[in-house]
Design a protein around this ligand. Sequence first.
Ligand code: 13P
Ligand code: SF4
Length: 402
Amino acid sequence: MGETVRMGNTFVEPQPTPLALLLLGQQSDPDSERGVDCPGELPAASDPDLVRRAAAAKAALGDRVFILGHHYQRDEVIQFADVTGDSFKLAQQAAAHPEAEYIVFAGVHFMAESADILTSPDQQVILPDLAAGCSMADMAEIGQVEDCWSALEAAGVAGSTVPITYMNSTAAIKAFTGRHGGAVCTSSNAERSLRWAFEQGEKVLFLPDQHLGRNTAVRDLGLRPADCVLYNPNRPNGGLTVEQIRAAKVILWKGHCSVHGRFTPECVDEVRERVPGVIVMVHPECQYEVVAKADAVGSTERIISTITAAAPGTAWAVGTELNLVKRLAVANPDKEVVYLDRTVCYCSTMNRIDLPHLVWVLESLVAGTVVNRIEVDADTAHWARVALDRMLALPGATPAKD
Ligand code: 13P
Ligand code: SF4
């Protein structure tokens, strides 16, 4: 275990463990990477000129490039983002900049795919490191989802089931959802999406994050935990009987985020002892038992806006990725912001986007070469867009603002 991570005026870096090194992206996990090497020559990470080079390339491209930065990105990258946000805001922003020839997505693969789907065909979306995937999105493959749907058909319930997929899923799964009358959701609109789904049908198939699905169904919609069943794609019929499938209101896909899975109910108990009066705020990808013990829950954007607006002198423990929490602590010196876990908890794939990769893609664009383009095929893009547009049309989805 590392030292306590306490922020505010002093930040104590936790001790790295072998797992932490993996989460930092300094080691490799062949099971969770997309395994794509950069075809070009990356500048050395030690090059002291990287910041100047990124700024110069960005300035040379001017309005031709728009850089989107997810809140989990490293400081060295986020400083170059034209806009930062959660998945929902970044999807809106991708769609709101038709003037940009190039959208550089400082985030992960599923976000860049969604940006490609939401932008016009003459805009090109670039992911600085193709190995920046999402282990949760990798937990649902399209063939497995089709098998699941066949199980629902065999149980006679597919016709009354509406699929909802979390943004953290492949374009193929978003397209599946669009074809079957469903929608995409993000952590900031999961409640609205689920309510919408229950207006369209009697049951919901929620992909691929069981925790966001359960938290939303039980906490926000008031369903009982027993109304939800867990579909395990690695077991015949999802490990469920036909009766269980028929009785369920929500069929949760057995997927999760390994970063948010590190927060436990004990972390909440421990921080309450450590920091008297602390307010615990967590991301809805955390387990139900953690969210149940927390004081507040919200998307990355919501976490930032809530703590930014909080009264001076308040203390907050935050259960989400560490780059975000560190920046939040620095930006709020009048409050105490501590990390909910005692060891480092970065998203390894988000961390794969670093300054050398950013410099490489920007300088390549200046030289007239598009590298690491993310392109979704036309049919998949069409149906995925149907599902994304259903989300964007939900009441309360506000137009994008810079
Ligand atoms: P947000 O939409 O809240 O930014 O979440 C995205 C994500 O991947 C969290 O792990
Ligand atoms: Fe995926 Fe989790 Fe990383 Fe978010 S934090 S991008 S869900 S692995």
